[in-house]
Write a protein that binds this ligand. Structure first.
Ligand SMILES: C=CC1=C(C)c2cc3[nH]c(cc4nc(cc5[nH]c(cc1n2)c(C)c5CCC(=O)O)C(CCC(=O)O)=C4C)c(C)c3C=C
Ligand SMILES: [Fe+2]
Ligand SMILES: [Fe+2]
Length: 342
């Protein structure tokens, strides 16, 4: 009888907030061809020649502001999800990070040491992107072929529009929303527009109205569509009018054109449009991390207040909320059950 297990995969964080560890982490992360998708020579020129010579001290300082006694919030929260899920399922659950430690290889090894030969791997990203879901699958397949050729892996698909997830996210937001607010902003991690064109096998997405159409063939691989869809479904559940919501994209890097509108510019413009009391949520992330705790809750808040905003309410990610752990369990069990069918 084959034994099953679950591997929860998140992005990863530096080993510590030392500049050298942050530099090593950024090197691995940004040299990934699915993240900075230039040919190796140009990627290396940009990342190792420019970014790694300027960014690590700034990033390390930012990490210091969010780091806890237990470590990076992203990793600590992923561990908490693992521990809670482990109490609900009767197969072993491990974690692996796409970059740095604990690695995907490490996670698969821990599972195989417990006799597991069939793994459900859950990339913890609601929306598909080349720089997230796709690179996780590439890495896991590379590791599987090299070290664990007899192991089978079943991947949990992006769940941006799944009813159980939307219900869970909407409920979580509802509980944390202030009594009154002028607007609810959905800030998603951005990606370069080029990535969306590149990963569209149907070549039918023009990053325009088509992303909001009901049935465009490109939607399965369109990060922009999936962000719009999550937003649309959540506000419908929350019964919030579209006019009271804003979508934006954060964390751009480099000189390429990234998806617009940008979160920082939106935060500066909203007070001029009469939005003084803002609630903001970041549904591209299931766990709080540098990009939410520092870029939004601290920097974003400052930008908004400086531009004339009065109240800024950051709504935390799902993290290890019990209702979210139930969703993780259901999505994993669906894939565990598929092993019985083949
Ligand atoms: C939806 C999730 C994410 C997408 C899509 C994504 C794309 C993407 N990111 C960068 C560059 C950086 N991202 C950084 C941090 C970071 N990114 C995500 C998630 C997505 N990235 C998370 C969860 C985090 C936080 C990690 C943590 O430890 O808390 C950083 C590092 C931070 C910094 O130095 O400021 C960079 C750089 C690119 C280029 C990209 C798509 C092309
Ligand atoms: Fe990122
Ligand atoms: Fe699209």
């Amino acid at each position: 009888m084959s034994k099953k297990g679950i591997l929860l995969v998140n992005l990863g964080s530096p080993k510590s907030t030392d500049v050298k560890d942050v530099k090593a982490y950024l090197d691995e992360f940004l040299m990934d061809e699915k993240v900075i998708d230039y040919r190796w020579f140009f990627r290396s020129l940009l990342v190792q020649g420019i970014i790694l010579n300027t960014r690590p001290p700034k990033s390390a300082a930012a990490y210091k502001t969010v780091w806890t006694d237990e470590g990076s919030p992203l990793i600590v929260i992923t561990q908490k999800i693992q521990q809670k899920l482990q109490k609900l399922v009767d197969v072993p659950v491990e974690i692996g990070m796409r970059y740095a430690e604990p690695s995907i290889e490490n996670g698969i090894r821990k599972l195989t040491e417990q006799g597991v030969t069939e793994i459900v791997l859950f990339p913890l990203y609601p929306q598909y992107a080349m720089s997230t879901t796709e690179t996780v699958i590439d890495k896991a397949e590379e590791v599987r072929k090299k070290f664990f050729p007899n192991v089978k892996i079943n991947y949990v698909q992006p769940f941006y529009n799944r009813e159980i997830y939307i219900d869970c996210l909407a409920e979580s937001i509802r509980e944390k929303l202030p009594e009154s607010f002028d607007a609810l902003q959905f800030s998603y991690h951005g990606v370069p527009e080029r990535h969306i064109y590149k990963t569209d096998p149907t070549k039918t997405c023009n990053l325009n109205d088509c992303c909001q159409r009901e049935n465009n063939p490109s939607h399965q691989f369109c990060y922009r569509h999936q962000c719009f869809k999550t937003t649309e479904l959540v506000i419908e559940k929350l019964n919030i009018p579209k006019e009271k919501t804003v979508i934006s994209f954060q964390s751009r890097l480099g000189k390429d054109k990234w998806m617009e509108p940008y979160t920082d510019e939106t935060l500066e413009n909203l007070p001029k449009k009469g939005v003084k009391n803002l609630a903001i949520v970041c549904p591209a992330f299931v766990s709080d991390c540098l990009e939410t705790l520092e870029e939004i809750s601290v920097e974003g808040k400052e930008e908004f207040l400086h531009a004339g905003g009065e109240q800024f309410h950051y709504i935390p990610c799902l993290n290890d909320e019990d209702r979210w752990i139930d969703v993780v369990k259901t999505l994993c069990e669906e894939k565990l059950n598929e092993f019985y069918l083949v």
